[in-house]
Design a protein around this ligand. Structure first.
Ligand SMILES: Cc1cc2nc3c(=O)[nH]c(=O)nc-3n(C[C@H](O)[C@H](O)[C@H](O)COP(=O)(O)OP(=O)(O)OC[C@H]3O[C@@H](n4cnc5c(N)ncnc54)[C@H](O)[C@@H]3O)c2cc1C
Length: 364
C-alpha cells in the first residue's frame, strides 16, 4: 500500500492539467501525488481517435497549461499530434504517470483516506482527482431486433477509416459532430444513410466565446441537479464548416428520422418503410467512465453525480475533472486549476466550501 496526498486517475487533458497545478501547489510525484492511467501510452483518449481525424479536422485542441502545443501539420492524425504533445508535457513537468495501471475500485479506507485499488496495487489517498473521460464507455442505445442484424455494427470508437466500407450501404446513427465527419468520409466510398432522433441544427455563425459559455452553463445546471451530463457538443449544434456546406449541397447530410426497429437485412420504420443495409455505425456518443467509483455511492436518484464546480457534493475529497461542463480541452484545463485550489484547502484542513453556507444559515 502506497500513501499519497492526491491520486489522479486518468492522464488525458484533465489529468495532466491537474498534475501541473498540483506541482505548482508544491506537491511532488511520489508522496505528493500519483497519476494513474490504464492506456498504453501518453495522449489520453486522443491516442485512440481514428487516423482520418486529422489535426486540422479536430474542433480545437486547447494547449495544456504552461506549455503550448506549438505548430502542427493539420494533415497529421490528431492521435499522433496530441500523443506527442502530451508525452513532451509529462516529461517537461516530471509528472511520472504510472501506466498501464487500471483503477478497478475506489472505496472508503478509514482515517480520512480513500483506497484506490488497481491491478498494480493500492494507493491510499487523502483526495482523489478523477479524470477518466468518456472514451472507455461508448454508448449504444437499444433498438428492437438489434441482435438479429446480419451485417456489421460498430460504434465510432471502433472506426478506423472509410476504406473498409467501400461499396457498402452504411447507416450512420447520431446527430453529433462525429456522425457528420464520418458521413463525409464514408460518402466518398460507400452509399450512406443518416438517421437522427431530432432534426440536426447547423450553425452558420462562428463558435464565439459567449455562445460556448452559454452551452457550458446548460450542462453545468444539469450536473448541479444530480442529472447525468449531456455532452457540451450536443448543446452547441453542428458547425457549418466549408466541408459541411459542400456535403449538404451534395445531399450527403440529408437526414431521415430515427428508425424504429432493426431487421436481419437492415432497418425499418413503423410506417412500413424499410431499408437494406450492410453496416450500422452508432455515432451515439459516450458516457462518463465512472464505474470504479461505484463503492463510494456518489450517484443521486436522478442518475448523475452532483458536483459543485468540480467537487462531488456527497464526498468533498473527490473531484471530477473533465466531467459534464468541463468535458472539453479548455474546460478540462480550467477544472484542473479549480480542483487543485480546493484540494489544497482540504489538505490544509480548511472546511469544505460546500459546508459553509449551511453553517452560516444555521448560525444566522
Ligand atoms: C471523437 C472526439 C473528438 C473530440 N474532439 C474534441 C476537440 O476537437 N476539442 C475539444 O476540446 N474536445 C474534443 N473532444 C472532447 C474530448 O473528449 C475532450 O476534449 C478531452 O480530450 C477529454 O479529456 P479528458 O482528460 O477528460 O479525458 P481522456 O482524454 O478520455 O482521458 C482519460 C484518461 O483516463 C484513463 N482512464 C479511464 N478509466 C481509467 C481507469 N479506470 N483506470 C485508469 N485510467 C483510466 C484513460 O486511459 C485516458 O487516458 C472530442 C471527443 C471525441 C470523442
Amino acid at each position: 500500500m502506497r500513501e499519497v496526498e492526491v491520486a489522479v486517475v486518468g492522464a488525458g487533458q484533465a489529468g495532466l492539467s491537474a498534475g501541473y497545478f498540483l506541482r505548482r501547489a508544491g506537491l511532488g510525484p511520489g508522496a505528493g501525488f500519483a497519476v494513474l492511467d490504464h492506456s498504453p501510452g501518453p495522449g489520453g483518449a486522443w491516442q485512440y481517435r481514428w487516423p482520418s481525424l486529422t489535426y486540422g479536422k479536430a474542433h480545437r485542441v486547447h494547449d495544456l497549461p504552461g506549455m503550448p502545443l506549438g505548430e502542427a501539420d493539420p494533415g497529421r492524425p490528431s492521435a499522433e499530434v496530441v500523443a506527442g504533445y502530451f508525452a513532451r508535457y509529462e516529461r517537461a513537468f516530471d509528472l511520472r504517470v504510472h501506466r498501464p495501471v487500471d483503477v478497478t475500485a475506489v472505496r472508503e479506507g478509514g482515517g480520512g483516506r480513500l483506497l484506490v485499488e488497481t491491478d498494480a496495487g493500492t494507493w491510499a489517498a487523502r483526495a482523489l482527482l478523477n479524470a477518466t473521460g468518456t472514451w472507455d464507455r461508448p454508448f449504444v442505445p437499444y433498438y428492437p431486433g438489434q441482435e438479429t442484424f446480419l451485417g456489421r455494427q460498430l460504434h465510432t470508437a471502433g472506426y478506423r477509416g472509410a476504406a473498409e466500407f467501400a461499396g457498402r450501404h452504411v447507416v450512420v446513427v447520431g446527430g453529433g459532430t462525429s456522425a457528420v465527419q464520418l458521413l463525409i468520409e464514408l460518402a466518398e466510398v460507400a452509399r450512406t444513410t443518416w438517421v437522427t432522433r431530432r432534426p440536426p441544427v447547423f450553425r452558420d455563425m462562428a463558435f464565439d466565446e459567449d455562445w460556448g459559455r452559454a452551452a457550458v452553463a446548460r450542462v453545468e445546471q444539469r450536473v448541479r441537479r444530480g442529472l447525468p451530463p449531456q455532452s457540451v457538443v450536443s448543446v452547441t449544434g453542428l458547425a457549418a464548416t466549408e466541408a459541411v456546406r459542400q456535403a449538404r449541397a451534395r445531399g450527403v447530410l440529408d437526414r431521415r428520422p430515427m428508425f424504429d426497429r432493426i431487421t436481419p437485412q437492415g432497418v425499418a420504420w413503423d410506417d412500413g418503410r424499410t431499408l437494406e443495409a450492410d453496416v450500422i455505425v452508432w455515432a451515439t456518443g459516450f458516457r462518463a467512465a465512472l464505474d470504479h467509483l461505484a463503492p463510494l455511492r456518489l450517484r443521486e436518484p436522478g442518475g448523475g453525480i452532483r458536483v459543485e464546480g468540480t467537487r462531488v457534493v456527497k464526498d468533498p475529497r473527490v473531484h471530477l475533472v473533465g466531467y459534464g461542463p468541463s468535458a472539453s480541452t479548455i474546460g478540462a484545463n480550467r477544472a484542473g486549476r479549480a480542483a487543485v485550489r480546493e484540494i489544497r484547502a482540504l489538505l490544509a484542513g480548511a472546511p469544505s466550501p460546500g459546508a459553509q453556507p449551511r453553517e452560516a444559515s444555521l448560525a444566522g
